[in-house]
Design a protein around this ligand. Structure first.
Ligand code: NAP
Length: 661
C-alpha cells in the first residue's frame, strides 16, 4: 500500500494541518514510502501571506528535494536584522549557496508545496476538522468532522499536529505547552491607497514602525506603540490611531486589505512526541514571527521528522528512532525562541533598552558576532535535517558544499559491504565510502541501534546505506550475511553486484591471558576473525566485477610482540596470509586485495574515556596520540578507489608509526 487507503480509511500517518509545515511533512513522508493523509479545517487556503522569507537552511532543504524550480525565481531580499539592528544574513556563511534571505510569499509557498505533496501521492482533505484522538497500542484513532457535518473515524499508525499555534492535536494529545503569553503587541496591515515612506523597524519616541511598499502599490505596515497590550482582533481604526500616535502620519484615508496582530508570546511543547502523536511547526512552538524565523523553523521540523517517521512506518527503523526528532528539534526550537525573545526586548523596549541596543550595535561591528547571529537566524547552527538519499548514479549536488566532505565522488555507482560497521573503524569507513558515493551495506551482529545510527549519519549527509544483520563465527553466518546483503542491494539497485568488501568485524579481546586461554575461546577467535573473512571473500567473489576491491583489517600486533594477544594476533596473521595469497589469483580479474593494520585506535570504547590510559596508549604512536577511527578509515577508503589500482597483496601500516620501534 503506497497511498492513503480510502476503502479502510487508514493511513500510516495522518497530518493535521495543510500549512507549509504540514504539506512539506506530507511530501517528505510520501518520498520515504509512507502513505499519508492530510486533514485541513479550512476548505480553501487563506491566500494570506503572513510569512514571506526563506532562510539558508530552508533553501538548502528545498534544493536537496528538487523543490526550488517549482518555486521559481526567488528574489533576494534586504539584509535582515536582529531586533531591529541591521544584520546581513548573507554573512552567515560566505560559501553557502543560499546564505541570505529569499522572498517567497506564504500563499505561493503553500500552493507549490500542496502541488508537490499531491504529485508525490499524498491525500489532502480540506474542510475536515479533527475533533478527537485516542492512542491505542497499535495506532491512533482519530475522529473527524466532514464539511457536511457528518463525523467519521480514521485510524493511523501516527498522527502529527501541524495545526498551528492553537493546535487541537496539542490540546487533545495532552502536551504541555510551557512558556509565557504575550504582553506586547504589534499590529500588522496591508493597506491600499496610501503613499508613505518605506522604513524598517524605525524607532520613534512612542514606538516602532515599519512600512514597505510592494510592487503592486499596497503597503505592508507594522506598528508597535510602547506599552500597548494585546486586545481582541485588530481594527483598521486601531492601526491608524497607533500609526498616528507613533509616527505622526495620518493613513486614515487608506483601505485595509488585511489586518493582523502578533505579540511576544513564547511557548514550547515540553515534548515533541507523546507515543504515537507528534507535533511540528507552530503547534510545537509559538513565537513572535520576527524576521520570518517561525515558518523556517517549522519547515526544518518537517524536514527532520518526515524521513525518520517514514522509516519507522515502513518498518526500516524502530519507533525509538523518533526520539531523535525531539532530541534534535526541541533544542533547536528553544534556541530560536530564545533569540526571538531577545529580539522582542530589543524591539519593543522603550528607553531602557537604548543602552543595550548601543552595546549590541558595537558588537555587531565584529564579523564573528554578525556571523554568529546570522547563522542562528538562518538555522545553520542547528543539526542538519536528514537529506534525501541521492540515487546511486547521481552524485549529490551538495557534495561540494559540506565541510569535511570529499569534493570528488570516487565511488559513485559502487556498492560496498563493510562488516562490523555499527561502530568504531567500520562505522567511520562506511561513512567515508558513502561520502564518496557508494551504496553501503552496514553490517552488525547485535547492536541494531548503532547500525541504524550509522545509516542515519550516512543518510543525513545525502548518502545511501542499509543495515544487514548476521552474527559471524556461527554456522550459516556467511549465508545469512549474503541473504541480507543481496536483498538490500536488489531492492536499491536491482542487482547484487558487490564492488567493495571491507572485512572489518572482529573479536578483539577475550580478556584471557595466554596460559588461561581455552580451546573454546581460541576457536571463537578463529571463527570470527579468520574463518568468517575467508568465506566472506569466497562468497563475495561470486558477485564482484572487475575493478573490485577487498580490504582486510588486521592489526599492527602481527608485527610487534604482544604476548597477551597471541590468539588474536594469530587470527590476524592468518588474514594477512589470505590477502597475500589471493592477490595473485585476483589480479587477472582486475580485483585488488590488501590488508590495513591499525594501531591503537579510539573506537569509542570505555578505555578511551580514561585520560591516563589514553596518554599511556598514545606513547606507542610516533605522533604521540591514539588513532581516530577516521585516520584508519581514510586509508581503507583510499584503497577502495581507482587511485589505488596498482596496490595489491600489500600490508598497509596504518598504526601512526607504532611499528617504527
Ligand atoms: P569495534 O568498535 O569493537 O566494533 C566491532 C564491530 O564488529 C562491531 O560492528 C560489531 O558488531 C562487529 N562484530 C564483532 N563481533 C562480531 C561477530 N561475531 N559477528 C558479527 N559482527 C561482529 O571494532 P574496532 O575497534 O573499530 O575494530 C575494527 C577492526 O580493526 C577489527 O578488525 C580490529 O581487529 C581492528 N583493529 C582495531 C584496533 C583498535 O585499537 N580499535 C587496533 C588494531 C586493529 P556489533 O556492534 O553488532 O557488536
Amino acid at each position: 500500500m503506497t497511498r492513503h487507503d480510502p476503502a479502510t480509511d487508514t493511513a500510516d500517518v495522518v497530518v493535521a494541518g495543510a500549512g507549509p509545515v504540514g504539506l512539506l511533512l506530507a511530501a517528505e513522508l510520501r518520498a520515504g514510502g509512507a502513505n499519508v493523509l492530510v486533514l485541513e479545517r479550512l476548505t480553501e487556503p487563506t491566500g494570506e501571506s503572513r510569512a514571506s522569507v526563506l532562510h539558508a537552511r530552508t533553501m538548502e532543504i528545498f534544493a536537496d528535494r528538487g523543490l526550488l524550480p517549482r518555486l521559481g525565481e526567488l528574489p533576494a531580499v534586504g539584509p535582515g536584522h536582529f531586533g531591529g539592528l541591521r544584520l546581513d544574513l548573507a554573512e552567515a556563511d560566505p560559501d553557502h549557496p543560499y546564505a541570505g534571505q529569499w522572498e517567497c510569499l506564504q500563499d505561493h509557498l503553500e500552493t507549490e508545496l500542496q502541488r508537490y505533496a499531491l504529485d508525490l501521492g499524498a491525500a489532502i482533505r480540506r474542510g475536515h476538522t479533527l475533533t478527537g484522538l485516542r492512542q491505542t497500542d497499535d495506532g491512533v484513532r482519530i475522529d473527524v468532522r466532514a464539511p457536511d457535518g457528518r463525523t467519521y473515524r480514521l485510524t493511523a499508525d501516527y498522527l502529527v499536529g501541524c495545526d498551528g499555534e492553537h493546535s487541537t492535536v496539542r490540546d487533545l494529545g495532552g502536551f504541555e505547552f510551557a512558556g509565557r503569553d504575550a504582553d506586547k503587541v504589534m499590529l500588522r496591515a496591508d493597506v491600499a491607497g496610501i503613499d508613505i515612506d518605506n522604513r524598517r523597524l524605525k524607532r520613534y519616541d512612542a514606538g516602532v514602525a515599519t512600512a514597505y511598499r510592494r510592487p503592486d502599490g499596497t503597503t505592508r505596515l507594522m506598528v508597535h506603540r510602547y506599552g500597548e497590550q494585546p486586545v481582541g482582533e485588530p481594527t483598521f481604526a486601531q492601526v491608524t490611531e497607533a500609526w498616528a500616535a507613533v509616527t505622526g502620519e495620518d493613513i486614515g484615508h487608506g483601505r485595509a486589505l488585511w489586518l493582523n496582530r502578533f505579540g511576544n508570546a513564547s511557548r514550547q511543547a515540553t515534548e515533541y512526541r507523546r507515543g504515537r502523536v507528534l507535533l511540528a511547526g507552530d503547534a510545537a512552538h509559538h513565537q513572535m514571527p520576527v524576521g520570518g524565523q517561525a515558518v523556517n523553523l517549522g519547515l526544518h521540523d518537517a524536514a527532520d521528522l518526515g524521513p525518520r517517521l517514514a522509516r519507522v512506518v515502513t518498518g526500516r527503523a524502530g519507533p525509538d528512532r523518533l526520539d531523535a526528532y525531539h532530541a534534535e528539534r526541541h533544542p533547536a526550537g528553544a534556541r530560536t525562541l530564545a533569540n526571538i525573545q531577545a529580539q522582542a526586548h530589543l524591539l519593543f523596549g522603550p528607553d531602557e533598552v537604548t543602552a543595550l541596543r548601543g552595546v549590541l550595535g558595537e558588537l555587531l561591528e565584529f564579523g564573528t558576532a554578525r556571523r554568529h547571529l546570522a547563522r542562528m537566524i538562518s538555522g545553520l547552527d542547528a543539526p542538519e535535517p536528514p537529506r534525501r538519499s541521492a540515487p546511486l548514479a547521481r552524485p549529490h549536488p551538495s557534495h561540494t558544499h559540506l565541510p569535511g566532505r570529499s569534493t570528488v565522488d570516487r565511488l559513485t555507482d559502487k556498492t560496498a559491504l563493510v562488516t562490523g560497521s555499527s561502530r568504531g573503524i567500520g562505522r567511520a569507513t562506511a561513512i567515508r565510502l558513502a561520502r564518496e558515493g557508494a551504496l553501503v551495506a552496514v553490517h552488525y551482529a547485535a547492536n541494531e541501534e548503532a547500525a541504524d545510527e550509522t545509516v542515519e549519519l550516512i543518510e543525513k549527509e545525502g548518502g545511501s546505506a542499509f543495515t544487514v544483520r548476521a552474527e559471524l563465527g556461527v554456522p550459516g553466518d556467511v549465508h545469512e550475511l549474503f541473504l541480507g546483503l543481496e536483498r538490500g542491494l536488489k531492492e536499491r539497485v536491482g542487482e547484487s553486484r558487490l564492488d567493495i568488501l571491507v572485512n572489518n568485524a572482529a573479536v578483539t579481546s577475550t580478556g584471557s591471558a595466554p596460559e588461561d586461554l581455552t580451546p573454546e575461546e581460541f576457536d571463537r577467535y578463529f571463527a570470527v576473525n579468520a574463518k568468517a573473512p575467508y568465506f566472506i571473500v569466497q562468497r563475495a567473489l561470486e558477485q564482484m566485477p572487475s575493478g573490485g576491491r577487498i580490504v582486510n583489517i588486521t592489526t599492527g600486533v602481527t608485527r610487534t610482540s604482544v604476548p597477551d594477544q597471541v590468539a588474536y594476533a594469530m587470527t590476524k596473521g592468518a588474514v594477512e596470509q589470505l590477502t597475500f595469497q589471493l592477490a595473485r589469483l585476483l589480479a587477472p580479474r582486475g580485483i585488488t586485495i590488501n590488508s590495513v593494520a591499525p594501531g591503537i585506535t579510539d573506537n569509542g570504547g570505555a578505555i578511551f574515556d580514561n585520560p591516563e590510559a589514553v596518554e599511556a596508549m598514545a606513547r606507542f604512536s610516533a605522533f604521540n596520540r591514539v588513532g581516530e577511527a577516521g585516520d584508519v578509515a581514510d586509508v581503507i577508503t583510499f584503497l577502495t578507489t581507482d587511485e589505488a589500482r596498482w596496490i595489491t597483496g600489500a600490508f598497509v601500516d596504518a598504526t601512526g608509526g607504532t611499528l617504527l620501534g
